[in-house]
Write a protein that binds this ligand. Structure first.
Ligand code: GLP
Length: 234
């Protein structure tokens, strides 16, 4: 794992944009994308850049169960507002959190991931070390699945909703095995509330109790952190 310390999200976005440029030049065609505040500056940097993504397909990590795509809190909406409406891409996919048959939707998503393959995967990290919505305890061999969100994730994500009761309690998330299948990975983490998860991920034991620790087993991971998120690193 390569840890790069940056002053702020703008600088982190520049570092990641440089990696993306290199990877696209090397032939990357499929991006795994993440939502949340951590990759926001990166998406802004892509939007401002001259990068041509018209031949690139994106496959997002996760979506809440039950939220309509038009809901401002849905990850469909987030991606549309932060990236898709500004940068034409060949195709983009997110899990269908409104599917009548969620198990079938999960299987279909795995098919899609298999068909395209993931080149560069973008990640944030939850305070409890989750990646995507793979909460602590998720098997490292997991594929796309329905997740019961933990109280700490519901609480953390409630800042995007009017009331905590409005936060969906379930999500459809790409699994850990799929994330690990990406050829390379960039993970962003900013702020002191991520410090514990980052130290566990980088220097703790590899264990499902901190899902992001699995990234220690991946050959090409770049972790972009500010000083606050890196504060517990040796
Ligand atoms: C959610 C998302 C994750 C994201 C995490 C952290 O739970 N499912 O993909 O990494 O939040 O979000 P933030 O970057 O806003 O701290």
């Amino acid at each position: 794992m390569k840890v790069i310390r940056v002053k702020n999200q703008t600088q982190g976005a520049d570092v990641a944009l440089g990696i993306l440029r290199d990877k696209l030049a090397q032939g990357d065609k499929t991006l795994g994308l993440a939502t949340g505040s951590s990759p926001e500056a990166f998406y802004q940097a892509i939007v401002k850049s001259d990068l041509d993504l018209s031949q690139v397909t994106s496959i997002n990590l996760d979506e809440y169960v039950g939220l309509p795509k038009e809901s401002p809190q849905s990850y469909h909406y987030f991606m549309e507002e932060h990236l898709f409406k500004y940068k034409p891409m060949k195709a983009h996919f997110l899990p269908d959190g409104q599917a009548a048959d969620l198990l079938q939707a999960a299987k279909d998503y795995d098919h899609l991931i298999e068909q395209y393959g993931l080149d560069l995967q973008i990640l944030g990290i939850g305070r409890n070390g989750h990646i995507g919505f793979n909460e602590p305890g998720t098997d490292f061999s997991s594929l796309t699945h329905v997740v019961d969100l933990t109280p700490s994730t519901i609480e953390a994500n409630s800042r995007f909703f009017d009331k905590q009761e409005e936060v969906p309690t379930q999500a459809l998330s790409m699994g850990i095995a799929s994330i690990m299948s990406a050829k390379s990975i960039i993970l962003f983490a900013y702020g002191s509330e991520k410090a514990k998860a980052i130290s566990g991920m980088v220097q703790g034991p590899v264990s499902p109790s901190l899902p992001a620790s699995v990234l220690q087993n991946h050959p090409d991971v770049t972790v972009i952190v500010d000083e606050a998120a890196a504060s517990l690193l040796k």
